[in-house]
Write a protein that binds this ligand. Sequence first.
Ligand code: NAD
Length: 249
Amino acid sequence: MKLVGKIALVSGAGSGIGRAISVTLAQQGTMVVVTDIDEAKAKQTATEIVGMGFKAIGIAMNVCDSQQITSVQTTLAQQNMLPHIIVNNAGWTTNQSFIKNPPDLWDRLIDINLMGVIRVTRAFLDPMTQNGQGGTIVNVSSDAGRVGSSGESVYAAAKGGVIAFSKSLARELARYKINVNCVCPGPTDTALLRTTPEKFQEALLNAIPLKKFADPMDIANAVAFFAAPESAYVTGQVISVSGGLTMVG
Ligand SMILES: NC(=O)c1ccc[n+]([C@@H]2O[C@H](COP(=O)([O-])OP(=O)(O)OC[C@H]3O[C@@H](n4cnc5c(N)ncnc54)[C@H](O)[C@@H]3O)[C@@H](O)[C@H]2O)c1
């Protein structure tokens, strides 16, 4: 229970990796604000966490909707529940060669995966810079953003953007004791991975040295490390949780 008294906001937390992150942070004593574009899924995750004996609430928040993000911020401020920990996890991709991509797909991929992180971070930053106690931001990027991914060129560009944004922000926010780090999942067993072609999944499995997809909890454990006081001296860093698929120097 390293994080008792802390409040964490997790985006895209109604399922998959975001759900696992919410459960893990709650188990560490955090009060978790579970947010998702799908309100029912956010509330379901929160209910499950409360059922386990931990603290959480579920709220609708689309990371592409600035007005809704501001309204969530205002509601939390009124309830004295502004987050000390922000986990930008919401993301989406699809597998299609760049040559076939319609331009509106580029817009959607960049809007969710890069602009979503920028919007949510900006909306919750002022209280963190003003409270004198600092805070933690953990951005869920992807190994696609470190080493590229065939069929995901624009997604990879957005995720690479998240890494560059995180490093630059880490430099800017160090003076406020706000740490910013990135977790890059490799192939992880969630609904998102299961939308990719089976052949692609098989090829991935063969290439992973540990010969299995990550469990969402594997990613959550890395996020929990960056959220914990033990990593207070770590900022601007990127860690791959990929079963050894990528080994970036
Ligand atoms: N699963 C993988 O193999 C993998 C690999 C690398 C990176 N990632 C990244 O991990 C993160 C989580 O992915 P996942 O596999 O758990 O996906 P998922 O599809 O299982 O869950 C994503 C959640 O985000 C929500 N969401 C989608 N669009 C949203 C929006 N605009 N605003 C708020 N919420 C939204 C969905 O409703 C869903 O609950 C994403 O950023 C993804 O890019 C996943």
